[in-house]
Design a protein around this ligand. Structure first.
Ligand SMILES: Cc1cc2nc3c(=O)[nH]c(=O)nc-3n(C[C@H](O)[C@H](O)[C@H](O)COP(=O)(O)OP(=O)(O)OC[C@H]3O[C@@H](n4cnc5c(N)ncnc54)[C@H](O)[C@@H]3O)c2cc1C
Length: 272
């Protein structure tokens, strides 16, 4: 069944925020562009993520320091068994890193029909993550706007991620592992240049792409299954690799990361 529920409506607004309800079948990037054009801030860092609005809460989509939970207000979902429409607040969704209640406890039980986001009329720019600032400098941006951030994200993403229309892929195949700071200190003794992002006072996240690259997988190809040469976090299907071949490759990558760093990678993708 293909969800084609469309439409973007304003539910309410005040001086600071606007609440937009979008049909689950709206294309995510088009929705981001709609908000950027109108000056509604909060999801500009999530530009160019493939897929639809209805899938955005499923795994709490995120990129460049922003997650959907930061702007999520509520959603409406159809319970397949009971045939009832239910509302879910932010708490009900139990968002986590690439997780929600729909990926876990309610897996396969609901069809998300509409999602309401709370966007800011006064932008709080988030340029701290990844190469955004570098790209903005390259673009010669003097005064920051959400349009500029969106364009910077689009530029970065198009330069390093494969277009699924050309090369089969599901984006990031693995989650960035979260480790305790003591564990990071242990790793730093051997790997002095290990990159990391602080999560809280006790934990950091280590880019899975870096770990995979260190194990020599970047650009690897066997048959039609491979590890993308420009971004090791993305596994690609160059044509006729089977699901099994991609899965096997992911197992091999996970094993070598475990052996070298004693870190267990978790898959971000759903295995069907
Ligand atoms: C090149 C590339 C880059 C990517 N980059 C990112 C990224 O930066 N950050 C990120 O978080 N993700 C990223 N992804 C993953 C993907 O874009 C997101 O997971 C996106 O939300 C998938 O949307 P979709 O509509 O294609 O959902 P699908 O892939 O079709 O579905 C994903 C899951 O959600 C369920 N689902 C979809 N719609 C609904 C609905 N309306 N109701 C109930 N269940 C539903 C499906 O059953 C399935 O289990 C990337 C993918 C690619 C290919």
């Amino acid at each position: 069944m293909k969800n084609e529920i469309s439409g973007i409506e304003t539910i309410k607004e005040d001086e600071e925020h606007i609440y937009l309800r979008a049909g689950a079948g709206e294309n995510w990037h088009r929705f981001v562009m709609y908000c950027v054009d109108k000056g509604y801030a909060g999801i500009e860092n999530l530009s160019l993520i493939p897929g639809n609005v209805g899938a955005s809460p499923m795994q709490n989509i995120g990129a460049y320091g922003v997650e959907i939970k930061d702007v999520f207000y509520e959603l409406e979902a159809f319970h397949i068994k009971d045939g009832e429409l239910r509302k879910f607040s932010r708490d009900d969704c139990a968002f986590g890193y690439r997780e929600s209640v729909f990926k876990n406890k309610y897996r396969g039980q609901f069809v998300i029909t509409r999602v309401t986001y709370r966007l800011s009329k006064q932008p709080k720019f988030n340029t701290s993550y990844g190469a955004i600032q570098q790209e903005l400098d390259k673009m010669g941006i003097q005064s920051l706007t959400i349009k500029a951030i969106s364009q910077a994200v689009i530029n970065i993403r198009t330069s390093k991620l494969p277009d699924p229309k050309e090369i089969g892929n599901a984006g990031s195949f693995f989650k960035n592992p979260q480790v305790k700071k003591q564990e990071l200190n242990r790793l730093q003794e051997t790997f002095t240049n290990i990159p990391f992002y602080e999560v809280d006072e006790q934990h950091v996240k280590i880019p899975a792409g870096w770990l995979i690259e260190q194990c020599g997988w970047k650009g690897y190809r066997k048959g039609d299954a491979g590890c993308y040469p420009k971004q090791a976090l993305v596994l690609v299907n160059y044509g006729s690799a089977t699901g099994e071949e991609i899965y096997e490759l992911s197992e091999k990558i996970m094993n070598s990361v475990r052996e070298r760093f004693n870190i267990i990678l978790e898959r971000e993708v759903n295995i069907i």
